[in-house]
Design a protein around this ligand. Structure first.
Ligand SMILES: Cc1ncc(COP(=O)(O)O)c(C=O)c1O
Length: 436
C-alpha cells in the first residue's frame, strides 16, 4: 500500500514534524503481538508499546470482542445523573489495584484530562475543608503532564510551555532530579533525595497553607526516564504531610505494570493522595483515563454538599463511556490472567541489561531505567533534537519503533515481550546507533 503526500496533507498531526513526515511517511497498518506491519509490508517491532499504552501487545481479540459485545448491548450512556454498569465495575476493579485507601475513581478520556481533573479535585477538596485559599500548585522541571491548559502550566518541558505555559497562575517548579553524578546508574540513584526539599522551600516562600498540591511523575517518563533518587518520594510525602499539601502521582506511564507492580506507588512504597492514569488502562485500544483518590478526599467533597445536590461540578460527555470501560475490563482480565505485572518484574533485569549494554557506544551519553522503562541520551547534533530525529528515522527503517523526546530514546516494550524480543530490540539499537 503506497500513500502520496497529497492524501496525507489534511491531517495536522500531533507532536509531529508534519512537512518532514508527509514527504516520507511512516504508516503502520497492522498490529499483532509485539509487532506492527508498515505500509510497505515490513515488520516493525514495537519497542514503545505504541506510546506506552499497549502493555498486553497488539491485536488482542479478547479486547475487541468485549468492545463489540458492549456496543451491541448499550452503545452510549451519559454518566451525569444516570449510569450504566460497566463504569461501576471498572471503578471497583481499578480500586483493587490502587493502594489501600485509594478507592474512588473518576473517569476521563486521556491522561491530559486526568491531570486537569486532579487539579480540580484538589481545589474542590480544599474548598470543602474551608481552605479554598490554597491556590498554588507545585510541579517540577522536565515534567510532562499532558497538553491541556492545566497540564501545560504544570509542564517542565520548555518546548511544550514556552508559548502557552503561563496560562494557569500560581504554578511553581521544583528542580528536576537528573544529575551528571547519576549517569549510567541503574535503578534509583543513591544521591539526590534532598532535591525534594525544594517543595519545603516553596512552602517557606509561599506559605505551606497556600499550596494545594504537588504533582510528580514518580518516574519522569516523557522527558527521558528519570528514576527518583532513593528517599526522594518519601521526602516529598513527609513535606506534603507537614503542610497539608496533596501529593499527586501522575501514573499515566508508570501505571499498570510498567514498573513491575500495579502502580509506581507500590514499586516505591509511597502512597500519594491522588493518582492519575490512562494509556495502558485500555491497552491503548480506546481513549480512557482515570483519577483515583483517597476515600477521605471523596468523602470530604461529597459530604460538604447539601443533600441531593451535585457535589463536584466536573465531568466529560464520555466519562465512563461503556465501550471504553469494556476495553479496560478486558485489558485488566488479560493483565491478571497472564500475570503481566509479575512478568514485567521478572523480565526487568534482562531488559535493563539489554539497554545498559549500549553504554559503550560513543553516541550514548547516559542510560537510565527501572522496571520495563528505560531511556538513554544521544550526543547532540547540529541543533537540540537533530540527532534524535535522525535516530528515529533510522531505527524505524531498521524495523524498530521507539519514542524519541529531543535527543533521548525511550524504550518501553509491551509487557508480553520475550527475552528474544528484547534481544532483537537491543540488537537493532546497537546496529543503528553504532553507525550514526
Ligand atoms: C505522565 C503523563 N501524564 C499525562 C500524559 C498525557 O496523556 P494523554 O496524551 O493521554 O493526554 C502523558 C502522556 O504521555 C504522560 O506521560
Amino acid at each position: 500500500m503506497q500513500y502520496t503526500t497529497n492524501t496525507l496533507e489534511q491531517h495536522w498531526m500531533p507532536f509531529t514534524a508534519n512537512r518532514d513526515f508527509k514527504a516520507d511517511p511512516r504508516l503502520v497498518v497492522k498490529g499483532e503481538g509485539m509487532n506492527y506491519t508498515n505500509h510497505k509490508g515490513e515488520r516493525v517491532i514495537d519497542g514503545a508499546s505504541g506510546l506506552f499504552c499497549c502493555a498486553a501487545g497488539h491485536g488482542r481479540k479478547e479486547i475487541a470482542d468485549a468492545v463489540a459485545k458492549q456496543l451491541m448491548e448499550i452503545d452510549y450512556s451519559p454518566h451525569f445523573q444516570i449510569g450504566s454498569p460497566p463504569s461501576f465495575e471498572l471503578a471497583s476493579r481499578v480500586a483493587k489495584l490502587t493502594p489501600d485507601d485509594i478507592n474512588h475513581v473518576f473517569f476521563t478520556n486521556s491522561g491530559s484530562e486526568s491531570i486537569d481533573t486532579a487539579l480540580k479535585i484538589a481545589m474542590a477538596y480544599h474548598s470543602a475543608r474551608g481552605e479554598g485559599y490554597r491556590s498554588k500548585f507545585v510541579s517540577r522541571e522536565r515534567a510532562y503532564h499532558g497538553v491541556n491548559i492545566g497540564g501545560t502550566s504544570l509542564s517542565g518541558l520548555m518546548k511544550n510551555r514556552e508559548i502557552f505555559g503561563s496560562v494557569m497562575p500560581g504554578v511553581v517548579h521544583m528542580r528536576h532530579t537528573w544529575s551528571a553524578d547519576h549517569r549510567f546508574q541503574r535503578g534509583q540513584p543513591t544521591v539526590g533525595a534532598e532535591l525534594a526539599d525544594d517543595l519545603e522551600r516553596f512552602a517557606q516562600l509561599l506559605g505551606g497553607k497556600n499550596i494545594a498540591a504537588c504533582f510528580v511523575e514518580p518516574v519522569a517518563g516523557s522527558t527521558g526516564c528519570l528514576v527518583p533518587p532513593k528517599g526522594y518520594l518519601e521526602r516529598l510525602r513527609e513535606i506534603c504531610d507537614t503542610y497539608g499539601i496533596l501529593l499527586v502521582f501522575d501514573e499515566v506511564i508508570c501505571g499498570f505494570g510498567r514498573l513491575g507492580t500495579p502502580f509506581a506507588a507500590q514499586a516505591f512504597g509511597v502512597t500519594p493522595d491522588i493518582m492519575t492514569m490512562a494509556k495502558a488502562l485500555t491497552n491503548g485500544v480506546l481513549p480512557m483515563g482515570a483519577v483515583a483518590v483517597k476515600d477521605s478526599i471523596y468523602d470530604t467533597v461529597v459530604d460538604a454538599a447539601p443533600d441531593g445536590a451535585v457535589e463536584f461540578f466536573h465531568g466529560y460527555t464520555y466519562s465512563g463511556n461503556p465501550a471504553s470501560c469494556a476495553a479496560a475490563l478486558a485489558t485488566l482480565d488479560i493483565y491478571e490472567k497472564e500475570g503481566l505485572f509479575d512478568k514485567a518484574a521478572a523480565m526487568s533485569d534482562h531488559f535493563l541489561d539489554a539497554i545498559f549494554d549500549l553504554q559503550d557506544l560513543d553516541i550514548v551519553t547516559d542510560v537510565r531505567g527501572y522496571g520495563m522503562l528505560a531511556g538513554f541520551d544521544l550526543a547532540g547534533g547540529s541543533a537540540p533534537g537533530a540527532t534524535g530525529a535522525q535516530a528515529l528515522k533510522k531505527l524505524y527503517a531498521a524495523g524498530l519503533h521507539v519514542k524519541l523526546t529531543g535527543d533521548c530514546v525511550l524504550v518501553a516494550p509491551p509487557l508480553i515481550a520475550s527475552k528474544g524480543d528484547i534481544d532483537e530490540i537491543g540488537g537493532i539499537l546497537r546496529d543503528v546507533l553504532a553507525n550514526m
